[in-house]
Write a protein that binds this ligand. Structure first.
Ligand SMILES: NC(=O)c1ccc[n+]([C@@H]2O[C@H](COP(=O)([O-])OP(=O)(O)OC[C@H]3O[C@@H](n4cnc5c(N)ncnc54)[C@H](OP(=O)(O)O)[C@@H]3O)[C@@H](O)[C@H]2O)c1
Length: 290
């Protein structure tokens, strides 16, 4: 192996992956629009600036690909990049894709198809991130500020996954040849927002209520949080699918790829308990909630 380029190397999944690769002595290149000056492995990589791509690709034979974020049409940027990776004989690309298909984003499907089509290249169809419940995401920020989750997903359930388990699965695929061309990555159990709120309350003492809203209001919330309008609408529409029960599947892929079961939502909450409140876990806290 020569070197792995981790795009989105400063993000939730990418940074966890960089840590795993470095821990195993695998040379990495950490892609970021603002590469850390004190990191010799950091390289400037900006989807919007193709002039940054050749240096990022130089000397790498594997890539973890975080596509352009908050975009409903990644292909104009990712297409030429993948063509160049193919030309350079990059023999492993692991794409961080999504289990949920955005309604107005055929480009995301095209990107996944482009990756799947190459032998050795792999698509990860990741379920919703548990990290969405942290304050870096509008969902988590709302919980922290108002103690509420506003959702159009009703009682629909999702197989929430910890981004670190996605990184672990990607790590396994980047260091071992073979495997399938696509994996659905989920946590161990599908949970509704109501289930998640109950776990947060049980583990942290912070009361979290669920307020049911319409898809249009959710799109407006996402726009207000700074997301581009098209992406906000598509993301809000995902909740229609969750409400209809289309996203509740769970898989064994994390266990199969890493040999370890994915983290439970209760474990995740415990680790991040100070995110939502300074409350202590209540007396009745017990392992049966896991
Ligand atoms: N959240 C979910 O529930 C969920 C579910 C399934 C799939 N996903 C997918 O996961 C991906 C996000 O992964 P993540 O949560 O690990 O990342 P993240 O924590 O949101 O961080 C985003 C990363 O992308 C980089 N980035 C942003 N704009 C960029 C640009 N123009 N050019 C190059 N890099 C750029 C950032 O690097 P710098 O800021 O340092 O440049 C950062 O490393 C998205 O593609 C999303 O669709 C998310």
């Amino acid at each position: 192996m020569t070197r792995v380029l981790v795009t989105g190397g400063t993000g939730k999944t990418g940074s966890a992956l960089v840590e795993l690769l470095r821990g195993s002595g695998v040379p990495v290149r950490v892609g970021s629009r603002n590469p850390a000056a004190d990191d010799p492995d950091a390289v400037r990589f900006d989807w919007g600036d193709p002039a940054t791509h050749p240096a990022a690709l130089r000397g790498v034979d594997r890539i973890f690909l975080v596509p352009p974020v908050e975009s409903v049409d990644p292909m104009p940027m990712a297409g030429p990049f993948l063509a160049e990776a193919h030309r350079l004989d990059v023999h492993r690309v692991v794409l961080l894709g999504s289990a949920v298909v955005l309604s107005n984003a055929p480009g995301a499907l095209e990107l996944a198809a482009r990756v799947r089509a190459r032998p050795g290249w792999v698509v990860l169809r990741a379920s919703g991130f548990m990290q969405n419940f942290l304050r870096t995401h509008p969902l988590g920020e709302r919980i922290r500020q108002h103690g509420e989750i506003r959702t159009a997903a009703g009682d629909g359930r999702l197989g929430w996954i910890d981004a670190r388990d996605i990184a672990a699965a990607a790590f396994a695929l980047l260091v071992e040849p073979g495997g399938r061309r696509e994996y659905l990555l989920t946590g161990p159990k599908a949970l509704s927002y109501q289930d998640a709120a109950k776990i947060i309350t049980a583990r942290t003492g912070r009361r979290v209520r669920v307020v049911h809203i319409g898809t249009d209001e959710q799109a407006a919330n996402y726009r207000a949080a700074g997301m581009p309008a098209g992406f906000a609408a598509a993301l809000a529409a995902v909740e229609d699918g969750i409400r209809a029960g289309r996203e509740e599947q769970v898989s064994t892929a994390v266990l199969d790829l890493t040999g370890r079961p994915p983290r439970t939502f209760a474990e995740f909450v415990e680790e991040h308990a100070t995110e939502w409140a300074g409350h202590r876990p209540p007396e009745h806290w017990s392992k049966k909630d896991r």
